[in-house]
Write a protein that binds this ligand. Sequence first.
Ligand code: AMP
Ligand code: MN
Ligand code: MN
Length: 339
Amino acid sequence: MIMDKITGSKDLTVLALKIKEAGTIAISGHVNPDGDCVGACLGLYTYLRENYPEKTVDVYLEPINPKYTFLKYAPDIIHQEAAEAAGIPEFSYDLYFCMDCSEPERLGFARDYFENASFKVCIDHHITNKGFGDLMFIRPGESSTSEVLFSLMDYKKISMDCAEALYLGIVHDTGVFRHSNTTRKTMETAGALLDKGIRQEMIIDDTFFRKTYVQNQILGRALLESILVMDGYVIFSVISRKDMVFYGVDSSDLDGIVDQLRVTAGVECALLLYELEEQVYKVSMRSNSVIDVSKIALYFGGGGHKKAAGCTMSGKARDVINSITALIESQKLDLDREG
Ligand code: AMP
Ligand code: MN
Ligand code: MN
């Protein structure tokens, strides 16, 4: 096993060699794919398709939000039904890329194909990723998997279409260069991608800021019903299944709600719960400075980053909130004690 330490070219050489040797290559990312996951998967797919036309390259993902379908190769994504119809689960790829995914379980339907592959590469930036696969590039200090991927590519071989995918990933995981994960290297990467002639304004406006009417309605509802607890240290909001049916929205329409809760003045942590099925909640957590929400998410079987993490929890919404705030309280007490 070779773990990337961002130290030098040795691992990159191994990666280049593995690509060269492989006849069949598959790519996939986490369930409920976000902008970084889609950007990294399609960025790599574009790069391999365009520079290694002799190879078979397949990309598997759950259905993606229509706002990402401007990416050139989005129509090539293979979804579960098509994969199963083609008998893919029995197929063994020479090389498999697992993108933006902190553990194999989060690959969803593509997990079987991953397990069957001869050589597995993990490219990620989640602090909760303990490492899996045969070759790993896991860099928690980087903004996005798309940023990690950029540094593994030969710049000359990055086309405009590939650059648009990588830029999309960086824009989404940094909240358009606003989050603290935005470093000098992130900006330099973005700059290098701009040099490829990408449609930066369209990518930012149409995929990040633009909201449909119902997305704005559910955002408004979540803000209106948000509640401050722990003397304003934590804010939370709960979206029930019933609300989602009423507004006709799905989980991808809820992007950005927790980020809006986070910027409430005086708040350290923001929590958004939405009901996946009766009394089962997807929990999104954000923090502004000191609380490490990845530890809380990990405790409940999820994962993520210090300031953005998530998990799935069962029970009444009130009990879920109480369990999480108890852990926030205990981290806060420890921090207060440390001075
Ligand atoms: P979200 O709140 O869904 O936007 O997720 C915030 C961050 O936490 C992202 O980097 C996700 O990949 C990660 N994350 C969310 N849910 C989970 C989970 N159940 N397991 C592991 N990581 C998660
Ligand atoms: Mn992601
Ligand atoms: Mn990411």
